[in-house]
Ligand binder design. Structure first.
Ligand code: HEC
Length: 142
């Protein structure tokens, strides 16, 4: 199932705008998008403070590396291990598994496991708001 989803994602990335792509996917291009929230300054800081303790290089849980230089490519348009959602779906936070994991709503979208950060206090609301805004702005690598 996951393998075929990945194949679809690759095919979709290579195909010139498939007619079946949902509106949010067509409207969003992370390569050209802009956001007042900076991935390098704001989003990576969340991961540095709350996530890389576990999600560093080596053998991180769910094969998810969130440290500097790896986080963006491990998230954006990347299929999650625990659900059928992408980890980050540009333009659509409610379709982004990482967003559900930090809010604790991941079980409502077919996910598994615990709220992130695992066994720690939740990420502060202002940081979740930054994640929501950045994903809504098409998740640029800015
Ligand atoms: C104390 C260790 C620990 C910390 C800190 C931690 N995680 Fe995790 N993470 C895990 C474990 C263990 C799993 C797999 C089990 C589960 O989901 O509960 C996981 C799974 C995940 C997944 C699922 C990935 C997939 O592809 O399905 C995401 C997304 C995630 N973590 C994001 C985060 C984020 C974002 C942070 C920081 C806000 C974070 N984690 C902090 C241990 C941690």
């Amino acid at each position: 199932m996951r393998r075929s989803l990945l194949a679809c994602a690759v095919a979709a990335a290579l195909a010139p705008l498939p007619a079946a792509a949902p509106a949010w996917a067509q409207a969003c291009n992370p390569a050209t998008a802009q956001s007042p929230v900076s991935f390098d300054r704001d989003i990576q800081r969340i991961f540095d403070l709350h996530c890389v303790e576990c999600h560093g290089e080596g053998e991180p849980p769910a094969n998810l590396v969130l440290d500097v230089g790896h986080a963006w490519s491990n998230l954006v348009d990347h299929v999650s291990m625990e659900s059928d959602l992408l980890r980050v779906a540009p333009g659509a936070s409610e379709k982004s598994y990482l967003w559900h994991k930090v809010r604790g709503t991941h079980l409502t979208v077919g996910g598994t496991g615990d709220r992130m950060p695992f066994d720690r206090a939740p990420v502060p609301d202002d940081m979740i708001a930054q994640l929501t805004a950045w994903i809504g702005d098409c998740a640029p690598n800015n």
